[in-house]
Design a protein. Sequence first.
Length: 571
Amino acid sequence: MTIKKKLRVGIGFLFLLAIICCGLSIYYVNRLSADEKNILKDNYESVQYSKNICVAIDANRGALNSQQIKVVDENITAEEHDVTEPGEGQLADSLRSKFETLKRIGGNNPDIVELHLAIRKLSYGIMQLNMTAIERKYASATNAANSATLIMAFVGSFLFLVAFSFVVNFPGYIANPIKELTERIKEVSKRNYQQQLNFKSNDEFGELGQAFNTMTKKLDEYEHSNLASILFEKKRIETIINSMHDAIIGLDEKSFIIFANEVASTLIGLPEQSLTGKYAPDIALENDLLRNLLVNDQHKMKIYADNRESYYTKEVLAVTSKDKIIGKVIILKNITEFQQLDEAKTNFIATISHELKTPISSIKMSLKLLEDKRIGAMNTEQQQLLKNIDEDAARLLQITGELLDMAQVETGKLQLNFGSTHPKNIVDYAVKALKTTAEQKQVTIKVQCDETLPDVHADLDKTTWVLINLLSNAVKYSREKSTVDLVVKVYKADEIEFSVQDHGRGIDQRYLSRIFDRYFKVPGSTGEQTGTGLGLAIAKDFIEAQAGKIGVESEMGEGSRFYFTLKRIGN
């Protein structure tokens, strides 16, 4: 039976009991009312008739007058029509007989007194008979009223108990299963899928219990199958991570270590069991490497492990879920082999460049000697060949010089001689070095350098080399008969900015981010404009080694502006 039907049956039963109670009440009230009416109709009126006969008879001891006869006759007739009690009919007949006899005899008849007495006696008999009936019926009505009271009290009590039981138990019948279902759902939300509902009823609650039990079984099956799958995937991922040559450490959002592969454990110097599940900052207090991994932002690190120095690059990957960071993975990639190859390359370039400078210098010297007319005169073609050889030798000397500078930077052997100098000294030296080249291309170098500028803290040779490189590029990429602007100004409270602005074709925006990369050349440059691709990279290293900054601004058709800053001396 469904809950809806049970509610209908329960409420219908209460309604039926209320109808029964009301019906019994109406029945007994009507019964008492009928008894009262019967007493009034059957007995009280007969008593009244008898009383009227007695009053009429007693009004005159002799013969009855016409008025008395009429009253007595009417009351006897009424009594004859109102016979309700046993023996009352015989008394009424006798009363009629005596009355008829009394009417026939005269007033002087000696029997008239006896007739008066007989009529009075018969009237009192009828009256007594009805009075006794009234008492009997009153007692019966009283008993009926008492019985009705008991029955109504019993029925009312029964109805009260049923209603009270319904009020007390029915809410629990509805609420208790819901409460139990709520508690089971809370347990399920805690991933406790062993919950079952034992609803024995064959209603909606029973169906709900069966559906809930089926759901928890399915969830439990899924949880176990999913857990097995997750454990399998976890084991596979751990195997993959442990087989990698890179050190990998996983942290949650609260910086607790989730995993660390064997390489990471070896580098840190602690077994995996001592790392997993521990708070990383606590371990970092006594472990320098882990502290550097958590705090330092440097990407390249040199670590001493396995009795040798190894080089690693650090990469931090954020783990996100729904745009929320839930952890991070630190990866240390072993680049020792590449570092060694890079060092070998740098040493090779440095050695070759150093070795090339001597023969190139000898070639330059020989060219100078050949140009001396004391050795012998040359024709025009020979002079042109010597000029070409001189230009190529100069280009080779420049390339070897740049390669040596780059080697110094890469090997960390860059020597800086800091001193205090006025910016105009750097500008004058650079402009003087490029004067001939600019004049050959008819390019004017406009200098704006105030004499009141403060001195800068810099390496004069390296800074001049950078400015010469920037001016050389500006002249190279400028059109003939154009202008190059060299501006020196206070950039910040503690910095001086040097900027070189040309008015050439400019640099495409997509190449600006790579302009200071080694060996990078802007596509589309002519043969005269191309170089080694090292000048700007070396300039960047020189400036940053002096705690300065270097950058570029350019738009196609508007030219390019290269600038760098140096620290000033004084306020």
